[in-house]
Design a protein around this ligand. Structure first.
Ligand SMILES: [Zn+2]
Length: 91
């Protein structure tokens, strides 16, 4: 399972993540995601991961949907990523 495989299996809409199976371990408990932004930009990146096997990907240059919570502060970004725990990121 490489990066593109993961990317291709991601749901089209954020609402579907909660029921999307993990492409790696096939756990059906849904995928987690979080947007990360930059000040004064509608673009950012998105972290997607599975809470069961802690596998995930970073999707760069995504448009952050209006109203979606995005973390822009670098200290808070770091804190969030630490709370998620060590991820096996696929590049
Ligand atoms: Zn998984």
């Amino acid at each position: 399972m490489n990066y593109l495989d993961w990317l291709k299996t991601l749901p089209k809409s954020d609402a579907e993540y909660a029921t999307a199976p993990c492409p790696t371990c096939l756990a059906s408990c849904g995928l987690k995601y979080q947007y990360f932004g930059f000040a004064d930009s509608e673009f950012g990146w998105k972290l997607v991961w599975c809470a069961m096997c802690q596998t995930g990907i970073q999707v760069s240059r995504v448009r952050i949907p209006h109203g979606a919570p995005a973390i822009s502060d670098t200290v808070e970004q770091q804190r969030f990523i630490e709370e998620v725990g060590p991820l096996k990121l696929i590049f």
